[in-house]
Design a binder for this molecule. Structure first.
Ligand code: NAP
Length: 352
């Protein structure tokens, strides 16, 4: 498919290869390989993004390990959340042009963003919030839209209603607490001891310490539970709902027998990132009504370390892990040369 293409001014002629983190065989972070691969071309309805930053999330770890709910063909390039500039447009694109600053997700397979360039579906991108750096913008899409959809599309909560948010100190939870406050919901959040003050600062009405308190002893008859933890926490959540209440999980499919027994509805959902939802989130961010939280910014060459953080093998930060990607700097050229020579790549650092 033919596409218009422009390289960075400082880059000279368009390069045909790029660095990308690939998986040829599912496994631990050691299964990730930084390779020089052909730069992809955008197809109809797609754009090529000159990636400035890519977000790292738990779902990237599941894809790498072969444990994703979505079937993933091998070999694959990891990564879905991204920010950057449009470098080329495929056919049928009228609302985006070369040079636009964008953020969003690559595609419904959640693949392709840990690379210098990524093809993304235009319907999963929007204009980058002007108030955010590229690194901050790449931290937003999946987690913020998940929080939005959980509260408003799936739990269908309205002002004055009460929601329990499990995992409120996490990346999705932090957005859910802020969005709940803005929508004038009453929120009861669960978090660990170290995070109680943080979650209060995000605007939760009540924060329960999951280490020392059993939420089902403190709460009852709520309109909805947003489950960002799963397992036993999800199972115990049925008893805090009012009849007709909703248990909405972003983690796993809730037990339907239990739901029937308690007279509630219970559902798992997969996030659907769209331009419209991203625009809504971007507006809230630019108006100062929603804050992003970046915990660690690593160079592209340290994506493996980022996955070790996901697994707790390295100390995980509070907030999103983001990969910072230099597309025109000497760092990547050096890393690319090392990769071509079969040597370990040196860290690539850039400002966002
Ligand atoms: N379905 C979808 O489309 C979708 C989209 C995005 C995310 N997700 C999933 O949603 C979940 C949350 O994602 P995330 O990015 O927010 O993860 P995260 O940043 O790792 O946050 C998880 C939070 O849950 C807390 N937590 C652990 N056990 C808890 C408990 N028993 N009670 C209350 N809080 C507890 C953790 O605190 P500690 O530090 O104390 O452990 C942490 O703050 C993940 O499973 C993720 O894969 C699904």
């Amino acid at each position: 498919m033919a596409s218009a293409f422009v390289g960075k001014a400082s880059q000279g002629p368009a390069r045909s290869c790029m660095l990308a983190w690939r998986v040829h065989k599912f496994g631990p972070p050691e299964a990730m390989v930084l390779e020089s691969v052909p730069r992809p071309d955008p197809g109809p309805g797609e754009v090529l993004v000159d990636v400035h930053a890519a977000g790292v999330g738990p779902w990237d770890g599941w894809i790498r390990a072969g444990k994703s709910a979505l079937p993933q063909p091998l070999p694959l390039t990891l990564g879905s959340d991204l920010s950057g500039t449009v470098a080329a447009v495929g056919s049928g694109i009228s609302e985006m042009a070369i040079g636009d600053q964008v953020f969003g997700v690559t595609n419904a397979q959640f693949l392709g963003a840990y690379a210098e360039y990524a093809v993304a579906s235009a319907g999963m991108l929007a204009k980058k919030p002007g108030s955010l750096s590229y690194a901050e913008a790449a931290s937003v899409p999946v987690v913020a839209v998940t929080a939005w959809q959980g509260l408003f599309d799936h739990a269908r909560l309205e002002a004055g209603q009460t929601v329990v948010i499990h995992g409120a100190a996490g990346n999705v939870g932090a957005y859910a607490v802020q969005l709940a406050r803005r929508a004038r919901l009453r929120s009861i959040a669960t978090a660990g001891t170290k995070d109680i003050q943080y979650v209060r600062s995000l605007g939760a009405d009540t924060v329960l310490d999951y280490h020392t308190q059993r939420f089902e002893d403190e709460v009852k008859d709520v309109d909805a539970v947003l489950d960002l933890v799963g397992g036993e926490t999800q199972m115990r959540s049925f008893q805090v709902l009012r009849p007709g209440g909703k248990l909405i999980s972003a983690v796993s499919q809730p037990d339907q027998h239990r739901a029937k027994y308690h007279g509630v509805t219970a559902a798992f959902f997969l996030v659907e990132v769209t331009t419209e939802r991203l625009r809504t989130i971007a507006e809230l961010i630019d108006r100062g009504e929603l804050k992003s939280c970046v915990g660690a910014v690593l160079p592209l060459t340290e994506a493996r370390e980022a996955h070790m953080m996901l697994e707790g093998r390295l100390i995980p930060p509070k907030g999103k892990i983001v990969l910072n990607i230099e597309t025109a700097g000497e760092g990547v050229e050096t890393a690319a040369a090392a990769v071509r020579a079969g040597l370990p790549a040196a860290p690539v650092r850039k400002g966002s």
